[in-house]
Design a protein around this ligand. Structure first.
Ligand code: ZN
Length: 202
């Protein structure tokens, strides 16, 4: 299902042909669907960047995307607008393809910027969020370090952002995260890949 996406991404940026695609262990947490694994996380820093992606049980993968759309409607609403669709028109199949292309978009920026500049941008992005250094899924995961910090200092967050619930704070967090430079660029690349895929590969 992802092969045409990979082909379209390589058409968009031939450097991505050097990216290694590794399957994620299916026993891992549900939230680990697809992520970029930079070469600088490996012992051999000269090895290529990787995208790790959950393959295999497609029905389950698609069900997880369906659930994520319900949990993070703002994030997926932004994704929908980036591919020119209404939220209701986003299928789990499209999200799976988009998510994979999005991670390839991160790899592209890693190739552009290199380790130092990429990390610098990422740090700056994560610092600007309402809840710093926290992804929207970390915020909604009651057991995460970041969420426990928010719960502990709830009065401050509530007053600072004028919100009554974590769900309301999550809406702000999703907006800020999705519009951060690193995430927006990866989304825009993914949207162009989906467009190429539709135009050329059917
Ligand atoms: Zn991303």
């Amino acid at each position: 299902m992802l092969a045409p996406v990979y082909r379209a991404a390589v058409i968009a940026d031939p450097r991505l042909a050097g990216t290694v695609i590794e399957p994620i262990d299916e026993g891992g947490p549900d939230s680990e669907m697809c992520y970029a694994f930079p070469s600088w996380w490996k012992s051999d820093k000269t090895s290529p960047h990787e995208v790790r992606v959950r393959l295999g049980d497609t029905a389950r993968i698609l069900a997880l995307f369906e659930r994520a759309t319900e949990e993070f409607p703002v994030s997926y609403g932004i994704i929908a607008s980036r591919v020119g669709l209404e939220l209701s028109a986003l299928t789990p199949e499209l999200l799976y393809a988009f998510g994979f292309a999005h991670e390839l978009g991160h790899i592209r920026r890693m190739l552009d910027l290199g380790e130092k500049a990429y990390k610098k941008q990422l740090r700056a992005d994560l610092r600007q969020l309402p809840v710093r250094n926290t992804t929207p899924s970390d915020l909604m995961d009651r057991s995460s370090v970041q969420r426990r910090y928010v719960d502990k200092h709830w009065e401050w967050y509530s007053k600072e952002y004028g919100v009554q619930t974590v769900e309301e704070l999550s809406i702000l967090q999703q907006h800020a995260y999705r519009n951060s430079t690193t995430e927006r660029e990866a989304d825009e690349f993914a949207a162009s890949v989906i467009q190429i895929g539709t135009d050329l590969l059917g």
